[in-house]
Design a protein around this ligand. Structure first.
Ligand code: AMP
Length: 143
């Protein structure tokens, strides 16, 4: 199972935010879309960072409500780990575990083509495990 399978099911849409926008905008986007992270893109459509709910909680804990006016660029992670369509689910889980993050933009030829979360990966892994369990069950009952 690869990232391409996940994107085929969930689609390629990615919610993005500009680096100069205030954190308040990022919070609204996260809440309105029911997601946990936003890819930060500049005017040239280059990925310049990622900001997750965890970064926002950190900013609020440090600066209080004045954090809402801080630019996204001040709180985002700049070194974004991305994957490709061909990346396997196992590789994604390994990268997420090692990097201690739960979101991963998918890029192809330098272009953003989707985003996957740890939930997407786990859901598919559970489906695979269930299919294997069922196949084993059927095999044993056949014998
Ligand atoms: P998350 O677990 O995704 O909420 O993110 C935890 C931390 O990792 C936050 O500081 C995020 O900005 C950062 N982060 C999330 N996704 C990535 C990624 N793909 N590459 C690098 N950092 C990330």
């Amino acid at each position: 199972m690869t990232v391409a399978h996940i994107l085929a099911e969930k689609g390629a849409s990615v919610i993005t935010v500009r680096p100069g926008n205030p954190l308040a905008d990022a919070i609204h986007l996260l809440v309105e879309n029911g997601i946990g992270a936003l890819v930060v893109m500049d005017e040239a459509h280059t990925v310049v960072g990622i900001i997750s709910e965890r970064d926002i909680m950190h900013a609020l804990a440090t600066h209080g409500t004045s954090a809402l006016d801080l630019p996204v660029s001040s709180q985002m992670t700049r070194k974004v780990v991305t994957c490709r369509r061909e990346t396997t689910n196992d590789e994604v889980m390994q990268l997420m575990t090692e990097g201690r993050f739960r979101h991963m933009p998918v890029c192809e030829s330098g272009k953003l083509v989707g985003i996957i979360s740890i939930r997407d990966v786990i859901e598919r892994q559970l489906a695979v495990l269930e299919a294997e369990r069922q196949a084993m069950h059927d095999y044993i009952n056949m014998a």
